[in-house]
Design a protein around this ligand. Structure first.
Ligand code: GAR
Length: 216
């Protein structure tokens, strides 16, 4: 192992934590030049906290305050302080079911990313796989994007398409999207850690390289 400092991730989630596990496995196997410095959740009994602790990753519940869809001001300050103290280079949202506000966006400019279970800008918001199925699209997928003030509106970094089959249920479709997420998220985080992603306005460049996307 060389002595190079690893890129430090702070992961925020409310759910079972399968994407945190995919990132943790990629860190441990050396597939991505990163380490998970801290996992935070707004849900005390969330699987993401238990699965982090099983792996020896520092993991904390921080109370979200009284709102349902965002953190209250004191709570958002506490999240920022914990991430700063942990020396986090990139804030990685993995199933966080709350919107982040100014405090966090100012503390980590262009250093917060989110994973969304659809091909944005289609189907922003909750249960995007259900929205896609009900709409009747034949292809959906997942998107990694920078977080801005809007809901799932920030500049897109990477996307992966996933087919919708005739006999899909919301559960089977979400499971297929999650398989794609476990590949896409670690790859996108590695691209950011290695400084390959450049952002100019809404457009980012550097994901996978044009040759891999079939450009002659
Ligand atoms: C993932 O499918 C992610 O795309 C979705 O939550 C799931 C978390 O799963 N995120 C959103 O819907 C954000 N609006 P996990 O806890 O197993 O990683």
């Amino acid at each position: 192992m060389n002595g190079k400092r690893k890129f430090r991730l702070g992961i925020l989630g409310s759910g079972k934590g399968s994407n945190m596990v995919a990132l943790a496995d990629a860190c441990v196997s050396g597939r991505i030049p990163c380490e998970i410095a801290l996992v935070l959740s707004d849900v005390a009994e969330a699987g993401i906290l238990a699965r982090a602790r099983e792996r020896g990753i520092p993991a904390r519940f921080i109370h979200p305050g009284g709102f349902r869809t965002k953190l209250d001001e004191a709570s958002e300050r506490a999240y920022c302080a914990a991430l700063r103290e942990a020396g986090v280079d990139l804030v990685v949202l993995a199933g966080l079911m709350r919107i982040l506000k100014e405090e966090m966006l100012r503390a980590f400019p262009r250093r917060i990313i989110n994973l969304h279970p659809a091909l944005l800008p289609a189907f922003p918001g909750l249960e995007a796989w259900k929205q896609a199925l009900e709409y009747g699209v034949k292809i959906t997928g997942c998107t990694v994007h920078f977080v801005d003030q809007g809901i799932d509106t920030g500049p897109i970094i990477a996307q992966q398409a996933v087919p919708v089959w005739d006999d899909d249920t919301p559960e089977t479709l979400h499971a297929r999207i999650q398989q794609a997420e476990w590949e896409l998220y670690p790859a996108a985080v590695a691209a950011l850690a290695e400084g390959r992603i450049r952002a100019e306005g809404r457009r980012t460049t550097g994901w996978a390289g044009d040759s891999k996307k079939g450009k002659p």
